[in-house]
Design a protein around this ligand. Structure first.
Ligand code: HEM
Ligand SMILES: [Cu+2]
Length: 707
């Protein structure tokens, strides 16, 4: 072996010494382990008792339906968000407990309850999980569910590739979760600081878990980006010109152009680091000619565009929610599109603002400072457009709208602090302080708010019933109180000089603010309970909350509200023809809300397949084997992956036709069920023109022809 590996290694188990590496002796981890085992056993028991294994396999695990894949993406994201949130609770409790020289320690820690090495793993996992395995999958999930319906398509351009993307994301999540129990996780921060991540400084397997998890997961995201872009270009319904593309679809396009062009850079950065660790090259160590700043540059050439990859779709959510509850078309459609594209473009030119303090010349720092500030212009355009959309609109404030407004507020505060950070002189003072942490959490929370808004907004479309409004509002206000109580003190502590990533806080004068943050975290915890209660109550009362008609809000505007609620697996019985930018609003205004066609055609659909799931499993083996340097297993699973891919490429039986007669039968069934629900007779229009909570108060909204 070319590298100087510490500890024993065996040809069969690699570095894995089972009893040594499983953390049965750490009480915190052991508790989590019990939770997983008990939870898994209960789930398996439930599946067996209700006879659901076959359903699970046929309807979910082997599906290529973009809606189901999207739901699974969001589910994975929510589970990982819960994991990341547990990490956050640990970080906050540690910092609240470990203040001042006299603060006691328990569980082997000198202060607080987390020894430094464990604490470092916690914040690394927290950051990496939240960005790559929580926010990213949730947003990709929405793109998957909503975008194809918004452009009037039946599925994505490559349904099989879509499933593969999902399962690779699951592999990334699984590797991080395994790291919790078998071995360690990286302790070098979510950015993977070199040379700390080099083998001599991190001799364990933690960094390897980090590398392989991100590497495999980001291949999934890149494949997804190819697919989403191809779908938008090739699968649009007749009449869906670029000028009529719904705004969320535009943001999906902008965001995935970023993903497609930036994730490969991350792949290269991590790939070179992998070479350093596995075969002893020296790309990022100062000895033998390497340069550690090279890693930092590569990382942020991905990292900064990545933050826009996640924020632009959130802007898309706002652009769908705000017009719906203002009953007006989105103000400044063209400028909104241009702003999204401009942000995507400029986000590529600003990466160096993440290390103004590196020692670059004033010229370099000035260039990146100005480039960074330029991002504020298109962002400002967007804020004004949303404001003008609301101006003199018929405003309503159900939960999606509350989340959207909260999101706008956070965008303004987070954007301001970003502008402050982009001034090198200020940056020298607050770089690596918790002020920076407050800034980017401010930004990520904006995304969380927009996403919770999107959940409330599209849930009725996807599942056919509304979420409970009362508990939803409770969730919103608890979450908002938590946000204020955690992050206002954090900004303040940043000004007071508190640096990031402290496992021990020397200054007792910071304690009151840290305790205030603790209170905020407690409120966040309550808000999570409110969210869970909201889901449980809404599912229990689903009959009462059932949506009649296709449009749950009565004032929605885009194409996804035209088809049945919930959409059948083929989305549209007949491909819709698009006449207007806000097609559904246009049809409502012209009394064309019935989608009953005069004749049906055959439908062409992709077949379910287990291949993506199998490749995912093999990839998990491969990743695990690489982490522990079990070479035979790595080689075997890699060969197996290639063989499976070759076999699949010979499979020509990947799709099928639903005959027109059968489509008609299925449609009749849906229509009669809808008619039964409204109490109407036979051919009631399926587009919710009549009835519903708001219809009497709200006349059809203003529409607009695009010229
Ligand atoms: C007007 C827009 C923005 C400006 C001017 C801006 C500016 C900055 C600057 C200058 C830094 C470097 C601070 C330092 O480390 O010294 C920074 C850090 C950061 N920003 Fe922003 N930002 C903006 C928007 C965003 C958005 C939209 C996101 C995420 C969705 C975001 C996420 C982050 C993250 C994650 C970091 C710190 C990463 C780390 O060191 O771990 N920013 N921002
Ligand atoms: Cu940045």
């Amino acid at each position: 072996m070319l590298v100087d590996l510490q500890g024993p290694w065996s040809p069969i188990f690699g570095r894995l010494g089972l009893l040594l590496d499983v953390h049965y002796n750490n009480p915190v981890i052991f508790f989590a382990f019990q939770l997983v085992v008990v939870g898994g056993a209960l789930l398996a028991f439930w599946l067996t008792c209700t006879n659901r294994w076959k359903w699970l396999w046929k309807d979910w695990l082997t599906t290529v339906d973009h809606k189901k894949l999207g739901i699974m993406y969001i589910l994975v994201g929510l589970v990982m968000m819960f994991r990341g949130f547990s990490d956050a609770i640990m970080i906050r409790t540690q910092q609240a407990m470990a203040v001042g020289p006299d603060s006691p320690g328990i569980l082997g820690a000198a202060h607080g309850y987390l020894p430094p090495y464990h604490f470092d793993q916690v914040f690394t996992a927290h950051g990496m999980i939240m960005i790559l395995l929580a926010v990213t999958p949730i947003l990709v999930g929405f793109m998957n569910i909503i975008m194809p319906i918004q452009i009037g398509a039946r599925d994505m351009a490559y349904p099989y590739l879509n499933a593969l993307g999902l399962w690779l994301t699951v592999v990334a999540a699984a590797l991080v979760m395994i790291a919790l129990f078998v071995g360690d996780f990286s302790h070098a921060g979510w950015v993977g600081l070199t040379p700390l991540t080099e083998l001599p400084y991190s001799p364990g397997v933690g960094v390897d878990y980090y590398i392989w998890s991100i590497q495999l997961g980001s291949i999934g995201t890149t494949l997804g980006a190819v697919n989403l872009i191809a779908t938008i270009i090739k699968m649009r319904a007749p009449g869906m010109t670029w000028g009529r593309l719904p705004i969320f679809t535009w943001t999906t396009l902008a965001s995935n152009i970023i993903a497609l062009t930036s994730f490969p850079v991350l792949g290269v950065a991590l790939g070179l680091l992998t070479f350093d660790r596995y075969v002893g090259t020296h790309f990022f160590t100062a000895d033998l000619g390497g340069n550690l700043m090279m890693y930092t540059n590569l990382f942020w050439i991905w990292g900064h565009p990545e933050v826009y990859f996640v924020v632009i779709p959130a802007f898309g959510f706002l652009s769908e929610i705000i017009p719906t509850f203002s009953e007006k078309p989105l103000f400044g459609y063209i400028t909104m599109v241009l702003a999204s594209m401009a942000i995507a473009l400029v986000s590529w030119t600003v990466w160096l603002h993440h290390f103004f303090t590196m020692g670059a010349s004033p010229g370099v720092n000035s260039y990146f400072s100005i480039a960074t500030m330029l991002v504020g212009i298109p962002t400002g355009v967007k804020v004004f457009n949303w404001a003008f959309t609301m101006y003199r609109g018929r405003l309503r404030f159900p939960t999606p709208m509350l989340w959207a407004l909260g999101s706008l507020f956070l965008l303004i505060t987070g954007g301001m602090t970003g502008m402050m950070l982009s001034v090198p002189a200020i940056n020298y003072l607050v770089h690596n302080s918790v002020f920076v942490i407050a800034h980017f959490h401010n930004m990520f929370l904006l995304i969380a708010y927009a996403s919770f808004g999107a959940v409330a907004f599209w849930w009725p479309k996807v599942f056919g019933f509304r979420l409970d409004e009362k508990l939803g509002k409770l969730f919103f206000w608890l979450f908002t109180a938590g946000t204020l109580l955690v992050f206002i003190p954090m900004y303040t502590l940043g000004f007071m000089g508190m640096t990031r990533r402290l496992d021990y806080v020397a200054h007792t004068s910071w304690q009151p603010l840290l305790l205030l943050e603790m209170l905020g975290i407690a409120l966040y915890t309550l808000s999570v309970l409110a969210f869970v209660a909201q889901l449980a109550v809404s599912i229990r009362d689903r009959e009462k909350n059932r949506v009649t008609g296709s449009d749950a809000w009565e004032t929605s505007r885009s194409v996804e509200w035209m088809t049945h609620t919930p959409p059948p697996f083929y989305n549209f019985a007949v491909t819709p023809v698009i006449h207007d930018r806000d097609e559904w609003a246009w049809r409502r205004e012209h009394g064309l809300t019935s989608l009953v066609p005069d004749r049906y055609l055959d439908i062409h659909m992709p077949k379910n397949t287990a291949v993506p799931l199998i490749i995912g499993m093999l990839t998990l083996f491969f990743g695990f084997a690489m982490v522990w340097r079990i070479w035979w297993l790595a080689a075997a699973s890699l060969i197996a992956i290639i063989v499976v891919m070759i076999i699949r490429s010979f499979d020509k039986d990947t799709d099928y036709i639903i005959p027109a007669a059968e489509v008609e039968k299925m449609e009749q069934e849906i229509l009669s069920r809808a008619a039964g629900a409204t109490g109407d007779t036979a051919d009631a229009p399926i587009g919710g023109g009549a009835g519903g909570a708001y219809a009497s108060r709200h006349a059809p909204s203003q529409s607009r022809k695009d010229t």
